[in-house]
Design a protein around this ligand. Structure first.
Ligand code: C5P
Length: 466
């Protein structure tokens, strides 16, 4: 059986169900999965309900209903099949739609997972979309949602654009449906629809441009020298997407010159980006990256259904609520990032780590860890711990690294899964980004254990962390 056969089998299972519950994850990818699957299912006139969980773990399992509905686990489940078995779920009532690494379980639940087929840069929203399209080819309006999910899960980051089936099938469908605009060789920069141009440039450090990255005033002077007007005649800051093509070319050429002058490569200056022409200009809904942040803000602040409403087209109250959460989300992530940098991390041989206590919600520490990594030592995986408000006996751990380190043999998912299981917790995710819950009492030993596992991974791959 190939991946397409799994997609077909999943669509058949769904079409045969009378009542469905979707259990999905609270991040942008999970929210997109839920919106894609639930719309595709209700268009088949099958009754569907949704439940969002921050992760499948013993604490959240009671949210999975014990009823006669067919249960689709989306963007989670592959690594937690033992919990499904413990909850008494049979193979007949479950379908897993995921892109995380599977953990072996006595009971083999039906699963559509792109990872074992080598599609490493497609998220669960991508898999959900392929199932939706298999259910009915008119579901191509949902391609846009899948692109948001994929981009939100960093699937476009390493290659500066989506690749594989996410690009060849999903982006192409979006373009055909005319709800997606592909911008080839756009500036590889975040905030192109909403941030003043100089801030977009200054907040970007991939690639790091000396005198501009991390330097808003430097970025401003750079634009001034190029003769780019920073404000509109009515005094409002302009954003990147408002610039005309010659202005964009002028800026990109000058950035390239700056990089070349310092002997740096220019390849990461460009990215393929995905715009949504039918959304209002200068809103976070205009491109996949900012749209995904908006969804993440909803999910991480415990209102994933608001993100879902926006994906279904609500531009009224839900959108206003989401904008409010986005402002809050950005402020708290900035504060977390600053806290990590000001406090400093503790260094072991193969990792750097910090416990942020109860200052920040466990749902965002992973985002902070990822952002802090590029400002600290990017060659050492980072582990951030925090308290779990719902259970004072538990500690949440989030780890992040980069593709270069993964290329040297590091697999954070394996490390966190192995170490957390040894202490009676649980964890999973990806080689590059993973999370775990562990007993609070095991914190100190756990960090040492993870450090040792990372050392073993480097050794097994015949590399080291220098
Ligand atoms: O929570 P965090 O953002 O650090 O999670 C990173 C990745 O690890 C996500 O893809 C998440 O789904 C996964 N994860 C997991 N099991 C956990 C915690 C996180 O599979 N217990």
């Amino acid at each position: 059986m190939g991946f397409c056969d799994d997609v077909k089998a999943a669509a058949e299972q769904i079409a045969a169900a009378k009542k469905i519950t979707i259990i999905s994850h609270i991040d942008a990818d999970g929210i997109a999965c839920e919106a894609i699957l639930s719309q595709a299912i209700s268009r088949q006139e099958i009754s569907v309900k949704s439940v969002f969980v921050r992760q499948l773990e013993p604490l959240t399992m009671p949210q999975v209903p014990q009823d006669d509905s067919f249960k689709i686990f989306a963007d989670l489940g592959a690594g937690q099949q033992n919990l499904m078995m413990d909850r008494g779920l049979s193979e007949k009532e479950v379908l897993i739609v995921d892109h995380h690494i599977s953990q072996p379980c006595e009971r083999e639940y039906p699963q559509v997972n792109c990872l074992p087929y080598g599609h490493t840069r497609m998220s669960a929203a991508g898999v959900s979309y392929l199932i939706a399209k298999q259910l009915d080819s008119s579901n191509i309006d949902l391609a846009k949602l899948a692109i948001v999910g994929n981009v939100g899960d960093m699937m476009a980051r390493e290659k500066c654009g989506l690749v594989g089936p996410a690009r060849d099938i999903i982006v192409e469908d979006g373009v055909r449906h005319q709800s997606v605009e592909v911008r080839k060789k756009d500036l590889n920069c975040y905030g192109t629809a909403t941030r003043p141009i100089h801030l977009s440039l200054a907040y970007n450090d991939d690639p790091f441009v000396r005198g501009i990255s991390n330097n808003p005033e430097g970025a401003r002077q750079f634009l001034r020298k190029l003769g780019i007007k920073e404000k509109t005649p009515d005094g409002r800051y302009r954003v990147w997407e408002e610039l005309d093509a010659p202005e964009k070319r002028t800026i990109i050429s000058a950035l390239a010159e700056q990089l070349i002058a310092h002997g740096e490569k220019v390849d990461r200056l460009f990215a393929e980006t995905y715009g949504f022409p039918d959304e209002l200009p200068r809103t976070p809904l205009r491109n996949a990256q900012e749209y995904a942040t908006l969804l993440n803000a909803c999910g991480r602040w415990a209102k994933p259904a608001i993100g879902g409403a926006i994906l279904r087209g609500d531009r009224g109250q839900a959108y206003r609520d989401a904008e409010h959460m986005l402002t809050n989300h950005r402020a708290i992530i900035r504060s977390l990032l600053q806290f990590i940098i000001d406090t400093g991390v503790k260094e072991l041989e193969h990792l750097q780590w910090l416990h942020v206590g109860g200052r920040y919600p466990d749902t965002i520490v992973g985002i902070g860890a990822g952002m802090a990594l590029s400002k600290l030592n990017p060659d050492k995986p980072i582990l951030i711990m925090c308290e779990v408000p719902e259970d004072t006996n538990l500690t949440k751990c989030s780890m992040r690294t980069n593709e270069r380190v993964v290329g040297r043999g590091i697999d954070l998912q394996q490390a966190l899964n192995e170490a957390s299981t040894e202490y009676g917790g649980g964890g999973g995710g990806h080689k590059i980004a993973a999370g775990a819950y562990i007993p609070k009492t095991a914190e100190q030993e756990f960090v040492i254990r993870v450090n040792r596992i990372l050392g073993e991974q480097f050794t097994a791959a015949g590399s080291d962390n220098r």
